[in-house]
Design a protein around this ligand. Structure first.
Ligand code: PGA
Length: 242
């Protein structure tokens, strides 16, 4: 079970970061906890329990690129994971091609890419399936077989992000989508590997709905935004699924 806490820009002091980190350390006995922090906090912690993730990384390997944080810089701090292609970054103009390039840079530095995919709307003609397929194809086509197996997928339907649990996806709809994702993955890796690849769900997951989403959705864990920065809520969520 993997729970990625996407702190986004909610955590605004090192004091708050330290409190959440201490909680995650305790919860790490129950699940693999990955804290996706704003960049400045990443260097304030060490070790791999809980694991640390960046929320994004540079498209450049190094050089004259003011303000960029490279895969190598993250890796040198012991960061283990990086979220790539979050819908809030795609909304800033990040294309499938940019996402694909960032995944390659992350893998080169032995960072585990947590690649966010998901449709903006659920249309009745199921065109959203083509959106998911295209997002996966862009990432997986350029990779080698062994690289493909190291990618973690976070399915985050954009329409379900930042809402309340009553507006999150239904477990049965999630289950169908996860089957579809594994079917597409099996076009890039063996069926056996596709079955084992890690798929997370994100989008208004909390202590109320996580257990049902886990049981009905067939996911391997969650990418949690808002519910990850309140200690009681995050603790309740992790305890509800472990
Ligand atoms: P949310 O965010 O849990 O606040 O909906 C999830 C995400 O965007 O990663």
């Amino acid at each position: 079970m993997i729970v990625v806490a996407n702190w986004k820009a909610y955590v605004e002091s090192l004091t708050q970061a330290k409190e959440l980190h201490a909680l995650a350390k305790r919860l790490a006995k129950r699940a693999t906890i990955v804290l996706a922090m704003p960049h400045p906090y990443l260097g304030a912690f060490s070790g791999s329990v809980p694991a640390r993730a960046a929320q994004d990384l540079s498209l450049y390997e190094s050089g004259a690129h003011t303000g960029e944080v490279t895969a190598a810089a993250l890796s040198s701090l012991g960061v283990g994971y990086v979220i790539i292609g979050h819908s809030e970054r795609r909304a800033q103009g990040e294309s499938d091609e940019v996402v694909a390039k960032k995944v390659q840079l992350a893998l080169k530095e032995k960072l585990v890419p947590v690649v966010c995919i998901g449709e903006s709307v659920r249309d009745e003609d199921a065109k959203y399936l083509a959106v998911i397929r295209a997002q996966l194809a862009a990432v997986f086509t350029p990779l080698s077989q062994s690289e493909r197996a190291r990618v973690v997928i976070a399915y985050e339907p954009v329409w379900a992000i930042g809402k309340s649990s009553s507006e999150a996806i239904q477990p049965s709809d999630l289950g169908e989508l996860v089957l579809y994702i594994r079917k597409v993955l099996a076009e890039y890796v063996s069926v056996r590997v596709a079955q084992k690849m890690v798929i997370l769900y994100g989008g208004s997951a909390d202590a109320v709905n996580a257990r049902a989403l886990l049981e009905g959705g067939g996911v391997d864990g969650f990418l949690v935004g808002r519910a990850s920065v309140d200690p009681d809520t995050f603790s309740a969520l992790v305890r509800s699924i472990t």
